[in-house]
Write a protein that binds this ligand. Structure first.
Ligand code: NAD
Length: 486
């Protein structure tokens, strides 16, 4: 039996408190709103969960000091906008090393911190550390309140703590998985709410299941792009906290984000829709921070952006949908099947032969002999050469460059060169660090006009080599002299 203090007597806090009390844990609930505690003590009913039977063994307190003291676990179940203030108020009474489980899903607007980061940040101000677990997944309080089978993820880099929380929350109706990728899990919890707002808006406009499936799938693609750019594990996004939670939030009648979106799609104002939902709509709160993260990590998030334009800028949902549908055409996948098979075969082979792998980055527009010289020199540094080729989007958004040949055309040309073994897309500045590991790179090579700029990659355990360029030729020169001839 564990002693658990639940902070927040909202829908989710109470559904979990009931479940934990029924699993014979010693559970006490606190709320910042004393009238909520009075109501619960008097009625043993929760206003948003009228069918939930609250066990007699559940205890209540109005004292934040009492809720924080002598607990094995503190369960933070307040909406994300109150996580910082609640932690601040609780901090003087929280013991050093306390296990805190956070279930709020959101990202703080000003700091772009996830909820576990906010909690740790506030505790640091009083020189305290906590072991913070994010508990997240496809879990509607309405279903947990009546013991319908549910799964959830206990995310913490400290496996021992993640497993302790797994044991405490696991029962015949609740199955808990662990995941060390706490940032990935928290990002999923925040961003899926925005995508669910989008599916709700689409439904409110009268669009069908095709649209919903498209928004969910492409929404998950952009969430995964953001997460991997931030260093998260891509497996998290197809897991329970990712795809699982997106499915439940975007399809369920219980979802407030979906419902709020639906009302907006039907023509209600954002304020009217929020009022009608009556409970916290976390997707709306998360929009500014996620937009900023997308900007900081140079990740394109067209669906999040579409929801932002509707919610924050008041643009008509129909116009935004038209804009989404008329975006430039593109491929769903970044690797061709041939690439995947070839890559796998070479990887398998390299384990036996000790093959040395080299990677270089660039745009390679209007391919010329200077490029070929560079690729030849790069290949000479090993046995297998990977070229990370800047995509059209990356070029125009990040480098301010517009190429003559498209990404597909430049890729085709590079693949025909005998020094090049694999071409992969370069989509962000940040991907280099993770590429070194994903592609088992031994040597990073680039033209000596970048001398010294990529030395930081040595931290990833690779050699960094700056190769001499062929002085008299460049794509810029070709473009300039062709322009003069015109
Ligand atoms: N409801 C669910 O099914 C569910 C499931 C998983 C995660 N979550 C997440 O849990 C969090 C809480 O959701 P909920 O459904 O319980 O929301 P809710 O709207 O039911 O919670 C409202 C509660 O917040 C607390 N509160 C109000 N003002 C406060 C203040 N100033 N300071 C501190 N606390 C205050 C009160 O206890 C109030 O009852 C959200 O981040 C949500 O995304 C909810």
């Amino acid at each position: 039996m564990s002693k658990i203090g639940v902070l927040g007597s909202g829908t989710w806090g109470m559904a979990l408190a009931r479940m934990l009390a029924n699993s014979n844990h010693d559970v006490t609930v606190w709320s910042a709103l004393p009238q909520e505690i009075d109501h619960l003590v008097a009625t043993h009913k929760h206003p948003n969960l009228p069918d939930m039977v609250i066990p007699e063994s559940l205890k209540y307190t109005k004292s934040i000091e009492e809720i924080c003291q002598g607990r094995d676990i503190l369960l933070f179940a307040v909406p994300s906008v109150f996580v910082r203030s609640t932690t601040k108020n609780a901090a003087p009474y929280i013991k050093n090393g306390q296990i805190i489980v956070d279930v709020a899903k959101g990202i703080e607007t000003d700091t772009m911190m996830t909820m576990s980061q906010v909690i740790r940040d506030e505790l640091r101000k009083v020189n305290k550390e906590a072991k913070v677990v994010a508990l997240s997944g496809p879990t509607h309080a309405e279903e947990v309140a009546i013991d319908l089978p549910t799964t959830i993820v206990s995310a913490c880099p400290d496996l021992e703590t993640a497993e302790y929380v797994q044991d405490v929350f696991m029962n015949t109706c609740m199955r808990v998985y662990t995941n060390p990728d706490v940032l990935g899990v928290e990002l999923c919890g925040a961003v899926k709410n925005i995508i669910a707002l989008g599916t709700g808006i689409a439904a409110g406009l009268g669009y069908g299941d095709n649209t919903k499936a498209a928004l969910m799938t492409r929404g998950m693609a952009e969430l995964t792009r953001l997460g991997t750019a931030m260093g998260c594990n891509h497996e998290t996004f197809s897991g329970l906290a990712g795809m699982g939670d997106l499915i439940v939030t975007a399809t369920s009648v219980h979802s407030r984000n979906n419902k709020c979106g639906h009302l907006i799609g039907q023509g209600k104002s954002v304020e009217e829709a929020k009022k009608e939902v009556g409970m916290v709509v976390e997707g709306i709160n998360a929009i500014p921070a996620v937009m900023q993260l997308a900007k900081n990590y140079h990740v394109e998030m067209p669906i999040v952006n579409a929801v932002y334009e509707i919610i924050e800028k008041g643009i008509s949902p129909k116009d935004v949908v038209m804009k989404l549908m008329s975006r430039d055409k593109r491929s769903e996948v970044t690797h061709s099947l041939a690439d995947v098979h070839f890559e796998q075969a070479l990887l398998d082979n390299s384990h036996h032969t000790g093959m040395r792998r080299v990677i270089t980055y660039g745009t390679f527009d209007l391919l010329h002999y200077g490029h070929i010289n560079l690729l030849k020199r790069a290949k000479a540094l090993g046995d297998y050469l990977i070229v990370a080729l800047s995509t059209d989007e990356f070029n125009s958004l990040m480098k301010g460059k517009h190429t003559y040949f498209s990404y597909e055309q430049r890729k085709q040309l590079l693949e025909a060169i005998r020094y090049v073994d694999l071409v992969i897309p370069e989509e962000s500045w940040e991907q280099k660090r993770s590429d070194m590991h994903e592609y088992h790179v031994d040597t990073f090579a680039i033209g000596d006009d970048w001398e010294g700029k990529f030395d930081f990659l040595k931290e990833e355990g690779v050699n960094v080599v700056y190769l001499p360029r062929t002085p008299e030729i460049s794509t810029t020169q070709i473009k300039e002299s062709l322009h003069k001839k015109d």
